[in-house]
Design a protein around this ligand. Structure first.
Ligand SMILES: Nc1nc2c(c(=O)[nH]1)N[C@H]1C(S)=C(S)[C@@H](COP(=O)(O)OP(=O)(O)OC[C@H]3O[C@@H](n4cnc5c(=O)[nH]c(N)nc54)[C@H](O)[C@@H]3O)O[C@H]1N2
Ligand SMILES: Nc1nc2c(c(=O)[nH]1)N[C@H]1C(S)=C(S)[C@@H](COP(=O)(O)OP(=O)(O)OC[C@H]3O[C@@H](n4cnc5c(=O)[nH]c(N)nc54)[C@H](O)[C@@H]3O)O[C@H]1N2
Ligand code: SF4
Ligand SMILES: [Mo]
Length: 707
């Protein structure tokens, strides 16, 4: 399905490649003597003419502002972390990096070089091409997904054999209900909230401890205690079983091990679950009957699995579609992420997996600070597509490890982030408006062309060109390291089977290679060991997990402690745009949101400065009271640039980097903190100026879009 895009003169159609479900179609209007105007493309079926508020601001703000960007390679001139640099040339920067890497490979081995990266760009080339270089080099890989969603991937692989072959969102037209479990599209997928969910022809059920805008707009909100999702899933299954809504034929033909969970299902009535989940049994009954009203869609959020038992939780929740046989039917299924293979793209080709001469060591992002403290283990660090000093756990410890004089650090970014401040050599990356790439949404099963609209700012270069230059300087000979972007794009489009060239794709706008909604698991064969849906899993058992997901919840925080959640806000994309002046104005001061009752009990009035303390750090921030936050929970959203805060830190200063039960993955939504008034109530005066800092008890978690 293609929507023909007819461009006006001086207009370029492109696609947003950020780590976001939406992958919006964008129009760039080139104007004489003025910066280009970057807007949602009105002809694009995803953006429908409107970008999210953060990109509408930052794409016309810092993104093309040469004074905010890195525009030339830099060498460190001050102490580590000071952010003091002098300009250098590409040749000398690349020469220095290659020399240092060569020396480390010769003396310590390539494993002493670490590569940490994530989804700064999720353009296919910008994300994958540098991996060819690191595969050839044999560097230690800092496992990217462990900072985001790896527990959920691992869990779904046990149950369904895959986590990246989700439902086709277009199949909502045939769904009896949509469950959004632990995702907040009102912030993290704004166009899916505004279009897909609002236009869904069926009831929407949201499961989230917070009353987000998504929860407000839903037909039913199950506001559960954080960390109690597995128990809630069992209570729902209990009702389905009790009311004869289970598809026993489907279970017998396509699933393994229902008999092992059935006795547990029988035990966990909504009444028994309520003291743990805090969800009233009548709401569980309503939700179960909506789910079983026909094939239904389950959106498993990435936020859901960032908790101590995140893997168990996702295994438990993912049983719902199996129990009602909602798999392989239009309008039924689950979605975690739609991977690039659903568009037939070959990840191994893109990343040059075959270039690795031996298995590369893997380190969890949760262990990065510890590994960087170890002077034997780590001699050099590459940070690209990531801003670890803002987004990784153990912010204090990480920054001291990054201060090591003998840790040769290279940062590749668009902006002078906190991470860049610790680099020995800084390489300026070109932004997505400055080069071509291919964008593959992880929600819709669509493709979009990222088309260069303006020249790279200053001397900046796309990631791919930077790593081609490095490969050359290292003297590598493999041709894959030098493949040009145009060739890669042509090859990818060939793989996609659309029959289009890059220019044709650009002209087509957002394109769905499959004209009709794809069925999830149409053959009802699953890439598990047994070929069935594994409700009970030998593989999980071998890996040291229970055979079946268990109805367990995290213990409630001890007296005086609160569970800290730090989800996305609508105004930043992870830590990106935290430096945009307009974005910062809208965000207001970094604040901790509390339920008014908790705030009162703690002796805190809105605007008071509180000390939020965890086992690894403390942060002084003003308090905002909000009924959207349940009792026992504190919310301090992610997305701030530490160095731009008065405290010099963001919420990850409080993050001890504990791992979830599976895959060494983050459990950032499982942190416990205390919140106390700052003794002298200092700062009350400043607080009055803080914009966006909510006052009174009516504060909303999400600052509203200005008119
Ligand atoms: N407390 C808390 N912490 C969290 C989370 C949370 O929920 N709570 N969420 C976690 C999650 S889900 C994630 S994914 C991580 C994300 O954390 P990060 O990956 O650090 O976040 P981003 O801001 O998406 O992007 C990183 C950097 O990539 C740069 N960049 C953009 N485009 C390019 C490019 O083309 N080339 C290069 N070289 N750089 C580019 C951006 O300028 C930015 O500085 O944060 C995690 N941290
Ligand atoms: N505006 C914006 N958009 C983004 C991002 C961003 O930073 N800003 N980040 C992007 C990235 S990298 C990712 S990974 C995605 C993530 O997007 P989402 O999958 O939506 O994840 P989060 O925003 O971390 O959290 C979603 C919800 O999980 C809830 N949650 C926390 N603990 C629990 C729990 O125990 N149980 C349940 N049921 N829910 C819980 C939180 O309250 C929150 O409302 O968004 C992407 N889109
Ligand atoms: S970040 Fe997401 S919502 Fe914003 S423009 Fe990009 S794709 Fe659209
Ligand atoms: Mo993420």
């Amino acid at each position: 399905m293609a929507t023909a895009v007819t461009l006006g003169p001086n207009e370029v159609h492109t696609t947003c490649p950020r780590d976001c479900y939406d992958a919006c179609g964008i129009s760039v209007l080139l104007r004489a003597d003025r910066p280009p105007l970057v807007r949602g493309d009105p002809r694009d079926p995803v953006s429908r003419g409107k970008l999210c508020r953060k990109c509408a601001t930052a794409y016309n703000g810092v993104l093309l502002d040469a004074s905010a960007r890195l525009t030339s390679p830099l060498r460190r001139s001050g102490r580590k972390g000071a952010g003091e640099f002098e300009k250098t040339s590409w040749d000398s920067a690349i020469g220095e990096i290659a020399a240092r890497l060569g020396e480390i490979v010769a003396t310590r081995g390539s494993e002493a070089i670490l590569s940490t990266h994530y989804t700064g760009t999720f353009g296919m080339i910008g994300y994958h091409f540098p991996l060819r270089f690191f595969n050839r080099l044999g560097a230690t890989e800092v496992d990217p997904d462990t900072v985001c969603n790896k527990a959920g991937h691992a869990a779904l692989q046990y149950v369904y054999g895959t986590s990246t072959d989700g439902f086709d969102p277009r199949s909502a037209r045939d769904a009896a209900s949509i469950f959004v479990w632990g995702a907040n599209p009102s912030a993290s997928a704004p166009h899916q909230q505004e279009h897909w969910l609002e236009e869904a022809p069926c009831p929407v059920v949201v499961v989230d401890p917070l009353r987000t805008e998504t929860a407000r707009a839903a037909d039913l909100h199950l506001q559960l205690a954080p960390g109690s999702d597995a128990v809630l899933a069992y209570a729902l299954m209990h009702v389905l079983r009790r009311d004869g809504l289970i598809d026993r034929g489907f279970l017998a033909d396509h699933c393994l091990g229902f008999e092992e969970v059935e006795p547990i299902v029988e035990e966990w009535s909504p009444q028994r679950a309520e003291p743990i989940t805090e969800v009233p049994p009548t709401l569980v009954e309503q939700a179960a009957s909506l789910w079983a009203g026909g094939p239904s869609l389950l959106w498993i959020g990435q936020g859901l699995q960032r908790q101590p038992m995140g893997g168990n939780v996702v295994r438990a929740v993912s049983l719902l579609p199996a129990l009602t046989g909602a798999i392989g039917r239009p309008g039924g299924g689950f979605l975690y992420l739609n991977g690039i293979e659903t568009r037939n793209l070959d990840e191994d080709y893109l990343a040059g997996s075959h270039l690795a001469r031996a298995e590369r060591p893997l380190v969890s992002q949760m262990d990065l600070a510890a590994v960087l403290e170890d002077t034997e283990r780590s001699r050099a660090l590459f940070c690209w597509n990531i801003n670890i000093a803002a987004s990784n756990p153990e912010q204090g410890r990480l920054k001291s490890a990054l201060s090591r004089e003998d840790l040769f650090t290279v940062a590749v970014d668009l902006f002078p982030t906190d991470t860049v401040d610790y680099a020995d050599v800084v390489l300026p990356a070109a932004g997505f408006l400055e080069h071509d790439d291919l964008v593959v949404s992880y929600f819709h099963q669509s493709l979009g062309a990222q088309v260069h609209a303006v020249a790279p700012l200053g001397e900046s270069l796309p990631n791919s060109e930077i790593f081609r230059r490095l490969a050359r300087e290292m003297g590598y000979e493999e041709p894959e390291l030098y493949e040009e972007d145009g060739e890669i794009l042509a090859r990818l489009l060939q793989q996609s089977g659309t029959g289009l060239g890059f220019e044709e794709l650009a002209a087509a706008g957002t394109l769905w290679p499959a004209p009709e909604p794809r069925l999830q698991f149409p053959e009802l064969s699953f890439p598990t060991e047994s070929g069935r849906i594994e409700i009970a899993s030998d593989a999980a058992e071998r890996d040291g997990f229970p055979r079946v997901p268990l109805p367990v919840a995290d213990p409630r925080p001890a007296q005086g402690r609160l569970r800290l959640l730090s989800p996305a806000t609508a105004w930043t994309l992870n830590d990106s745009y935290g430096n945009d002046p307009l974005v910062r104005r809208h965000l207001g001061r970094q604040s901790v949101f509390l339920n008014p009752e908790d705030a009162g009990r703690l002796g805190l009035a809105p605007g008071d400065v509180a000390v939020v303390r965890s086992e690894v750090g403390e942060l002084e921030v003003p308090v905002a009271a909000s009924e959207d936050v349940p009792r026992g929970v504190a919310v301090l959203p992610k997305g701030r640039w530490p160095k731009l805060e008065e405290s010099g830190a963001n919420v990850n200063l409080l993050n001890p980097g504990c791992k979830a039960d599976m895959a060494e993955s983050t459990s950032v939504h499982g942190i416990e903190v205390t919140v106390e008034p700052v003794a002298a109530r200092r700062g009350r005066g400043d607080m009055a100026q803080g914009r966006g800092t909510a006052r009174g008890n009516g504060a909303r978690l999400a600052p509203r879009r200005p008119a």
